[in-house]
Design a protein around this ligand. Structure first.
Ligand code: ZN
Ligand code: ZN
Length: 307
């Protein structure tokens, strides 16, 4: 008979394919929380006294990050602030914002909602209606990072936590291998370089947790989550790689972990050989850190202002 490997409870909710381990609901929740907190310590993602900004979309991963980091806030080890960015995607984003607010309220964490409209001057829908070739994720990613970095400074946050899970990280590694983007590879990791002034370091507390388990965690903890996928995600290269990894994982359940472990081992060598530490200045338009005279976000914004 299947029983929980920790406590013997016959009501198991997960059988881990990669290890064969079976767990009941309570032991699963505990095992995940311990794993995430252990990884935070091991990778030195957070130190006592940090103020962590959680990028809270309302999706399962960011909701889980808030839930677990809140245990550190309640023990007065860190301070937290949650920030939700409304990109302006009709029929999709409003529900996510509502669920994000619900989660923030449940935890009692201060919550800010900001919009592309206010910061960029246009919603993502408006941007996509006028900008034929480029895919939405390019604009969205650049602007979100740009906005989060500004808010982190306003809030005196010392870290920005995102919900990237094991699947996301493995996808990034494979994508960049396959495309030969060695320079991008040097920037993948549990914590971004904090060497540049004006940039708040980004941390990924869920980097070791498979996507399947982040979904199960929010279910087991009964946390409200926004399940709909972004309508702009589409058939991107990332989505194709994601499907490919999922297929391979069926017969090779440890493949994501071995990809991650192998990458982490060669990363120091890659960094030594390939990282391009260009000189960092500030953008002449917005004052944010930038390698060029004008930052990426402002060069995009100028495209529309000229029209
Ligand atoms: Zn158990
Ligand atoms: Zn700028």
């Amino acid at each position: 008979m299947d029983i929980c490997h920790k406590c013997g409870n016959p009501q198991i909710i997960i059988k881990r394919k990669q290890s064969g381990q079976m767990l009941c609901q309570e032991c699963f929740i505990k095992s995940i929380q311990e794993k995430v907190l252990k990884d935070i310590r091991k990778q030195k993602l957070i130190k006592k006294g940090d103020k962590v900004l959680v990028a809270l979309s309302g999706g399962k991963d960011s909701v889980m990050v808030l839930d677990i980091l809140n245990s550190l806030r309640k023990r007065r080890i860190i301070d937290l602030v949650a920030v939700t960015i409304n990109e302006g995607i009709s029929g999709y984003r409003d529900e996510g914002v509502r669920i994000a607010a619900q989660n923030a309220e449940k935890t009692g964490v201060e919550h800010r909602i900001v919009s592309f409209q206010d910061y960029v001057g246009h919603t993502l829908d408006e941007i996509m209606a006028t900008s034929g070739d480029r895919n939405a994720c390019t604009y969205c990613g650049v602007f979100r990072r740009w906005i989060l970095n500004q808010i982190a400074r306003e809030e005196n946050a010392t870290k920005i936590a995102t919900g990237h899970n094991l699947d996301d990280e493995t996808q990034s590694i494979l994508m960049n291998y396959l495309e030969g983007n060695i320079h991008n590879l040097t920037r993948i990791g549990a914590c971004s370089d904090s060497g540049y002034e004006g940039f708040t370091p980004k941390i990924k507390p869920l980097r070791e947790i498979p996507e399947k388990e982040t979904a199960l965690y929010t279910l087991a903890r009964d946390l409200p989550v926004h399940l709909a996928g972004c309508p702009y995600a589409g058939d991107s290269f990332r989505a194709k790689i994601g499907t490919f990894i999922k297929q391979i994982s069926q017969d090779h359940p440890t493949i994501m972990y071995s990809t991650l472990r192998g990458f982490d081992k060669i990363k120091p060598v890659l960094k030594k050989e390939f990282s391009q530490k260009g000189s960092m200045g500030v953008c002449r338009i917005c004052g944010e850190p930038s390698t060029g005279e004008i930052c990426k976000a402002c060069s995009f914004r100028r495209l529309w202002d000229d029209e």
